[in-house]
Design a protein around this ligand. Structure first.
Ligand code: MOS
Length: 720
């Protein structure tokens, strides 16, 4: 028998060295199965039918003819679906009522689920779903987002949607330089590569769901509450996930798979189509933002006012908190922020990578660039002059704040010192060239989690934690972290994740997953090592230790704790075609200890590509007359493709969080923050024209090039 002890102090630590994904081979060879392709015997397939009207009531679901179609097993709708109880508060608050499916006849937006056809094959289900006739009593709708919509209000919950200190009018009046500008960003969609999919079945009195999600415990708890089940009788697994970005919590497909399997007594799978994802899984609200900055001639801020409006549905309140980004980034004697929202007949938005910070940083970091221009100060120097001593709104001390270190390193590598600040003076043939920069910032928090670590008799170790690897490399990061804590080679550690039976843990979200899980894993290892006798034998069932970090994490709240970054971009603009090409991007981040440089770099790069795509491409257009999104697919919704993405570099400065057992802060979202502003600022530097409405489309560049000032105002959220 091998003795399974730890601690033959490996000279090389695993954390901080590049490791390919532990499941990489399985993924590239197709051995890794995703939720929509795991085989089940007797599997039936559900296909969703979505509303075609934006507001009204369902007057008839003509399911008779469809029930007679080949292979059809049942048609579920509000007239026959089992009752559920959505009157609960889950791990992340009240559920979006879209999961309270088929409980009434009201239709609150185009793309609301109205029926599910279940059949022997997915082709039969689809054929029947497309043939299903649903009749509606249509009511007038309002799906038009506008900066001056009369329905805008400041939500009361959660508290803190509005903050303010100091006399704004007085400080603006006393300012030598004032920027007062309006910015808009459009509706945007996550569109994870893997569509949402779930298979449900009952197995010896237990509900088993195979899913693609950001948190299997999260989904399991909500399913238990929704169907009034004993939480112990629900098991959700989500072994591999092809992207999530905030969209993969409890959604209609899991609920419907459970309903259908309960009725049919056989496994049922529901997979969304790409088009269905556009209305069923949430999205980023469009925003209309006004930023006012007042400063002394030397650029020191006296006034900061950030007002942001976003949109929610009529059935649920979700607020894209774009105005909040400046609360921890810059101070001013008068400092005001407010997040407003308006209820429209549209799907409910949700978290989408860097919710709030992504659109908010576009507006604020563009405004900072405008201020730098007006003051005649370098944009990096402007930020240096406005480094706050403490949290501008909270008053809390900063745990660590390495924003300027990012700018210093970034400026050196990007060649910023040679930059001619004048706009519109560099040419490369038909291209005008420019460079821009912006700050990035994201909250660095942790959430209590539990983990178990087992010393196996063969000398290996098994970690069990309800983590989710949504494509980030979290499974690999946890392997390295466990290996270092155990002081063994990573090859001796097996990490099992994404099974709600492993116990409560943070979801993959808020850039907090790996940090929260790592904390629990290291705590469990510490506990395990207490139980291992050097050279001692391990029984056949192994030796297991568990952790719960609830008590340890509380202390983090006493400081402002963020990751930071400096974004740089170089663009080329052709004023005769309106084309903007990004030539290079550089992001330097201070984001805690980097666990796996290989996958971390991909995380940062991916975030920056999101910023590029946001700056130049992405825009969901909603038709006023129908209330529907035009071209809700990846042909109509334009994302950056390979040819749009230039050489991008991401790197980091040393920035361990001293209060974290591994030093982690979190890296999932910060790459997205500020990257769109850096590109927009570079477009200004190239052309001399400010683009305050995203995306910076060729038509907007052309109109601006012709000297028209109100680029995009009409269609980007302002009423005529
Ligand atoms: Mo995310 S928007 O942190 O799931």
């Amino acid at each position: 028998m091998t003795t399974a002890t730890t601690g033959n102090a490996t000279a090389v630590r695993a954390v901080g060295t590049a490791h390919a994904r532990v499941e990489g081979l399985a993924k590239v060879t197709g051995a890794a199965r995703y939720a929509g392709e795991i085989p089940f015997a007797e599997l039936a397939h559900g296909w969703l039918v979505l509303s075609t009207v934006a507001r009204g009531r369902i007057s008839a679901v003509e399911s008779g003819p469809v029930r007679a179609m080949p292979g059809v097993l049942t048609v579920l709708h509000h007239g026959n679906a089992p009752r559920v109880d959505a009157d609960y508060t889950g791990m992340l608050g009240r559920p979006d009522p879209i999961v309270e499916i088929f409980q009434h006849d009201r239709v609150p937006f185009v793309g609301w689920p109205v029926a599910l056809v279940v059949a022997e094959t997915s082709e039969q289900a689809r054929e029947a779903a497309e043939a299903l006739v649903v009749q509606y009593d249509v009511e007038p709708h309002d799906a038009a987002f506008a900066a001056d919509h009369p329905g805008a209000y400041v939500p009361e919950n959660p508290a803190g949607m509005e903050t303010g200190k100091g006399d704004l009018a007085a400080e603006l009046a006393a300012s030598a330089v004032v920027v007062d500008a309006e910015y808009t960003t459009p509706e945007e969609h996550h569109s994870s590569m893997e569509p949402h999919a779930a298979t449900a079945r009952w197995d010896n009195g237990r509900l088993e769901v195979v899913d693609s999600n950001q948190g299997s415990m999260w989904v399991a708890e909500e399913l238990a509450k929704l169907f009034s089940l004993d939480p112990a009788s629900v098991r959700v697994r989500s072994e591999h996930v092809g992207g999530a970005f905030g969209s993969k919590g409890l959604r209609p497909h899991q609920v419907l798979a459970v309903m259908a399997t309960t009725l049919l007594h056989r496994p049922v799978r529901v997979v969304m189509t790409r088009r269905q994802m556009f209305s069923l899984v949430g999205h980023r609200s469009p925003t209309a933002q006004r930023v006012r900055l007042g400063a002394d001639a030397d650029g020191r801020l006296r006034a900061l006012d950030h007002q942001a409006l976003s949109r929610t549905s009529t059935v649920h309140e979700f607020v894209e908190q774009s105005a909040s980004v400046g609360r921890t980034l810059y101070d001013a004697a008068a400092h005001h922020t407010a997040n407003r929202v308006v209820r429209l007949d549209v799907p409910t938005p949700t978290w989408m990578r860097a919710p709030g910070e992504a659109p908010g940083s576009f507006a604020l970091e563009s405004a900072l660039d405008e201020l730098a221009e007006q003051c005649g100060i370098d944009p990096i120097e402007l930020r240096a002059r406005n480094e706050p001593e403490a949290g501008p709104v909270s008053g809390l001390p900063f745990a660590s704040r390495n924003l300027l270190a990012c700018f210093q390193e970034g400026a050196r590598r990007f060649g910023w010192a040679d930059r001619d600040p004048r706009p519109g003076v560099r040419r490369d043939g038909r291209w005008l060239l420019g460079t821009g920069t912006a700050s990035a910032q994201f909250l660095a928090r942790a959430v209590p989690s539990t983990a178990a670590v087992t010393a196996e008799p063969d000398g290996t170790f098994t970690v069990r934690i309800t983590a989710a690897d949504v494509g980030t490399g979290a499974r690999t990061a946890l392997t390295l972290i466990a290996a270092d804590a155990l002081e063994v080679e990573p090859e001796r550690v097996r990490v099992r994740i994404a099974d709600s039976d492993f116990g409560p843990a943070m979801i993959a979200g808020g850039s907090m997953g790996t940090r929260s899980w790592a904390w629990a894993v290291t705590a469990a290892v510490r506990e395990l090592r207490e139980h291992l006798v050097p050279g001692g034998a391990v029984p056949p069932q192994g030796i297991t230790a568990r952790s719960d970090t609830a008590a340890a994490i509380g202390a983090l709240a006493q400081k402002e704790r963020h990751s930071y970054g400096a974004q740089f971009a170089e663009v080329a603009v052709d004023l005769t075609t309106g084309e903007v090409r990004v030539r290079r991007m550089l992001g330097i981040f201070a984001a805690g200890r980097i666990v796996n440089p290989l996958t971390a770099r991909s995380q940062f790069l991916g975030g920056m590509v999101w910023g590029l795509s946001m700056a130049l491409h992405e825009e969901a257009v909603r038709d006023r007359t129908s209330g529907a999104q035009v071209g809700a697919d990846l042909a109509g919704y334009h994302i950056a493709a390979h040819a749009d993405v230039p050489l991008i570099e991401a790197d980091w400065v040393d920035d361990p969080d001293e209060d974290d057992p591994v030093g982690i802060k979190g890296i999932g979202e910060i790459g997205t923050v500020g990257s769109a502003a850096a590109i927009a600022n570079a477009v200004w530097h190239a052309t001399g024209v400010r683009h305050r409405h995203l995306p910076i489309r060729p038509d907007r560049v052309l109109l601006a090039g012709a000297g028209r000032e109100t680029v995009g105002e009409r269609d980007a959220g302002h009423r005529r």
